[in-house]
Ligand binder design. Structure first.
Ligand code: NAD
Ligand code: DAU
Length: 352
């Protein structure tokens, strides 16, 4: 079958990537969609078991830090578009192992840029490199104000510094070589398939297990939460309609202090689990703060709203209800992830 486009999505077995892959596979049967993922601890192919047999979907296990592998892959498939999500994504891990973040987030991104530039050198017509980034590149806000697309970069963690560096490389390839790109900086996502090392899924898991809920520092740190399917929808829109060489901020218009959010999760989970009100809140435990902890993130998403008509489609109440219900109806997913059994999925479903 002749496809309208060959699209490479990197990091498609991860949290956000799996929702992006599913969206593109279901919305665009006329595209051939390649999901390139190294299946690190954060990659879980079970996230995509519902679409893995689609005839226009191809999974490739591979590492973006392997330059010659990446170049050969591009030469073989001659992708028209790239949506790049593969990354080391957890701030706490970046504090203990910064080099892994430089390796994947910086070097890996540059290998992809090199390969795209190389195969697109004769014509950039119809080509697009989409880099998925984070609001953390802007550093921290005080009590007021919002991040806009012109807020100066001031990353504070090794993770955000590595993402900032990758953003700069993408922009530099646009300026120096004319590479067609779009870039988005998004706030905190939540939703199904979120790895339980991040605040919301960690708390859901620990509430179910009746384990302590660790709150860093005084718990007054603030994040702007967006439902992951709304992020995937924004990525679709920017990929197809965003202006070349532009950055768009994506956010939830939904700020929560960590402690208030965790108290809300406790209340909602007590109701769902049939536990007396106040049961889970007793698990809240204040622990040592994260070094370099950013006080507050909040996105001004006016540009993507005005130019592309995007805005969140679900309220936090709706998104959180969907999320909690998903975790409660998929205990096997949490079990597989927390026991490490998910890491055998590729072996048993793809190689046996
Ligand atoms: P994730 O950690 O859940 O998934 C990352 C995926 O990348 C995994 O499937 C992993 O196996 C893969 N990967 C890691 N190293 C790789 C390598 N060397 N080669 C190939 N694949 C590799 O991350 P996520 O939370 O889904 O985030 C996806 C992207 O979105 C990241 O670039 C992140 O910076 C960005 N982002 C995340 C959030 C958020 O709230 N989670 C918000 C804004 C932006
Ligand atoms: O803003 C976008 C970013 O959001 C993404 O770029 C990152 O990939 C993603 O991990 C996320 O980063 P955060 O550091 O904001 O997310 P995390 O879930 O790790 O933490 C959210 C807040 O909760 C933060 O203030 C730290 C705090 N926290 C986190 C954990 C894991 C706790 O208080 N206790 C915890 O156990």
């Amino acid at each position: 079958m002749a496809f309208d486009k060959k699209l490479l999505i990197t990091g498609g077995a991860g949290f956000i990537g799996s929702h992006v892959v599913r969206r593109f596979v279901t919305q665009y049967p006329n595209y051939q969609i390649f999901n390139l993922d190294a299946l690190t601890y954060a990659g879980n192919l079970e996230n995509l078991s519902d679409i893995e047999t689609a005839s226009h979907y191809v999974f490739i296990k591979g590492d973006i830090t392997d330059a010659s592998f990446v170049m050969t892959l591009f030469e073989t498939h001659r992708f028209d578009g790239v949506i790049h999500l593969a990354a080391e994504s957890h701030v706490d891990r970046s504090i203990t192992d910064p080099m892994a973040f430089v390796h994947t987030n910086v070097n890996g991104t540059v290998h992809l840029l090199q390969a795209a530039r190389s195969i697109w050198k004769d014509s950039y017509e119809g080509k697009r490199f989409y880099h998925v980034s984070t609001d953390e590149v802007y550093g921290t806000l005080g009590a007021t104000g919002l991040f806009t697309e012109t807020t100066p970069y001031a990353p504070n963690s090794p993770y955000s510094a590595s993402k900032a560096a990758s953003d700069h490389f993408v922009r530099a390839y646009g300026e120096t070589y004319g590479l067609p790109y779009v870039l988005t900086n998004c706030s905190n996502n939540y939703g199904p398939n979120h790895f339980p090392e991040k605040l919301i899924p960690l708390c859901i898991h620990n509430i179910i297990q009746q384990k302590p809920l660790p709150i860093y520092g005084n718990g007054l740190y603030t994040r702007d939460w967006l439902y992951v399917l709304d992020h995937a929808r924004a990525i679709d829109l920017v990929f197809h309609q965003g202006r070349n060489h532009e950055t768009y901020n994506i956010g939830g218009f939904n700020e929560w202090k960590n402690i208030d959010l965790v108290r809300l999760l406790c209340e909602l989970m007590d109701t769902r689990l049939g536990r007396p009100a106040g049961t889970s809140a007793q698990l809240i435990t204040f622990v040592k703060d994260r070094p370099g902890h950013d006080l507050r993130y909040a996105i001004d998403a006016t540009k993507i709203h005005t130019e592309l008509g995007w805005q969140p489609s679900v309220t936090f109440e709706e998104g959180l209800a969907e999320t909690l219900d998903w975790y409660l109806t998929h205990p096997e997913w949490l079990e597989q992830v927390t026991s490490g059994r998910y890491q055998t999925y590729y072996q048993t479903h793809y190689l046996d």
